[in-house]
Design a protein around this ligand. Structure first.
Ligand SMILES: NC(=O)c1ccc[n+]([C@@H]2O[C@H](COP(=O)([O-])OP(=O)(O)OC[C@H]3O[C@@H](n4cnc5c(N)ncnc54)[C@H](O)[C@@H]3O)[C@@H](O)[C@H]2O)c1
Ligand SMILES: [Zn+2]
Ligand SMILES: [Zn+2]
Length: 396
């Protein structure tokens, strides 16, 4: 029996690299002959993992983390027809069956067949179906023919692996935020949050032809990172309001489109910057987005937040000024990014050098053993996207 190691959530603030079971082509009693076993080449730490690790979800102790996975197929189940042993593949973080009504409509973030408790599933995530996470040496991927994106040339892919590793989540997610906010040539965009998703979204806005991308955060290092590839920035610790700061950049206190890359752990602005205000990004996005504009909301909102300040927020009920959004005829797009909708085109954009996404989000490759430190540094606001390299395969 082969061995395996993975990163497990232990308790708030603590993750640990543990010996875990070598994957089987099954999830409990559920047979997965449609699945493959991957040797994990790279697997990234995400802000979504941080919600769990900060104790802001109902994640159980021992949950093996990791939904951003790139790997090499080392075993294929009986029913896998087209993916082959040896293929180097990107795994969309959403698990999808390819057979249900939502999958057929391309809504793979809310597949109806992969999670008995609600639509939608992911690897290594609370309430997401119990699929084992891929911050590990080996992981099982179900419905492999449907889910996996095979890289056309392995050698070329390994050369660009730091970019391609972002196809499993944040590049498509940032792009989806931009697309659903209606970003196109000439757009003026506000991106809330300069974490990896916000930076990926800002780079995606540029790829889509935006005229001006304004990124807001309260961490200087992250704002500097946004400026490094041509974004304007607003520092939300300042007393000047967001509309005022936007006006000082583009002449009017308004943008065409806004993308929330923060989610429910949002902090207040100005003198309130040290305190949590879970609805603040949504409300400020409505404030600054033009009438008729759209707001993309990849930032995560939860149904249960044990760490929330008040009872309503504990159930995901927030004080959203929906009347303002209604008055301005705003469109809102929430939910998991359906990665499969975008990953092939974005792979080509990487392979043909149309975007430097690893540089934009400042990919930092570390070993699996260093994952606990990666989590800590990321939590403290490092302007880095940590990528774990469990087998030492990523070229320096
Ligand atoms: N929808 C999806 O499919 C999907 C996929 C991946 C990640 N996510 C979510 O996207 C969000 C961002 O992920 P990340 O990895 O970049 O996380 P992150 O925690 O690194 O980044 C969030 C950033 O927002 C900043 N911030 C806090 N309050 C703010 C405010 N009021 N205005 C502007 N910025 C503020 C923080 O300082 C931080 O830099 C998370 O909620 C994550 O769960 C969603
Ligand atoms: Zn993620
Ligand atoms: Zn499905």
């Amino acid at each position: 029996m082969s061995s395996n190691k993975g990163v497990a959530y232990i308790k708030p603030g603590v993750v640990e690299v543990q010996n875990i079971d070598y994957p089987k082509l099954a999830l409990g009693d559920r047979k997965c002959n449609h699945g493959v076993i991957l040797k994990v080449v790279s697997t990234n730490i995400c802000g979504s993992d941080q919600h769990m690790v900060r104790g802001r979800t109902t994640a159980p102790e021992g949950l093996v983390l990791g939904h951003e996975i790139t790997g090499e197929v080392i075993e294929a189940g009986r029913d896998v027809e087209f993916i082959k042993v040896g293929d180097l593949v990107s795994v969309p973080f959403n698990i999808a069956c390819g057979r249900c009504r939502n999958c057929k409509e391309g809504k793979t973030g809310i597949c109806l067949n992969v999670n008995p408790s609600r639509p939608g599933a992911a690897y290594g995530y609370v309430d997401m179906g119990g699929w084992v996470g891929g911050q590990a040496q080996y992981v099982m991927v179900p419905y492999a023919d449907f889910n996996l994106l095979k890289f056309p040339d392995k050698d070329q892919a390994m050369e660009k692996i730091k970019d391609l590793t972002l196809l499993s989540d944040i590049f498509p997610t940032g792009y989806h935020g931009a697309v659903t906010a209606g970003v196109g040539p000439g757009s003026i965009v506000y991106v809330a949050g300069a974490g990896p998703v916000g930076l990926a979204s800002a780079a995606a806005c540029q790829l889509l032809g935006a005229a001006c991308v304004i990124v807001g955060d309260m961490i200087q290092e992250r704002l500097d990172q946004a400026r490094s590839f041509g974004c304007e920035t607003v520092d939300l610790r300042k007393d000047a309001s967001l509309p005022e700061q936007i006006a000082s950049i583009v002449g009017v206190p308004e943008v065409d489109a806004a993308v929330d890359c923060v989610g429910f752990e949002a902090h207040g602005h100005g003198h309130d910057a040290g305190h949590e205000h879970p609805a603040t990004v949504l409300n400020s996005a409505m404030d600054v987005t033009r009438a008729g504009g759209a707001i993309g909301i990849p930032g995560l909102y939860v149904t249960d937040d044990p760490g929330a300040k008040d009872d309503k927020a504990k159930k995901g009920m927030l004080s959203i000024r929906i009347g303002l959004g209604w008055a301005k005829s705003h469109a809102f797009y929430t939910g998991q990014c359906p990665v499969m909708k975008y990953h092939r085109q974005l792979m080509q954009a990487i392979l043909y050098d149309k975007i430097q996404i690893a540089k934009a989000v400042n990919v930092q490759v570390i070993s699996l053993e260093d994952a606990p430190k990666g989590y800590k540094d990321f939590d403290q606001g490092a302007a880095k996207k940590f990528v774990l390299d469990p087998h030492g395969m990523v070229p320096a």
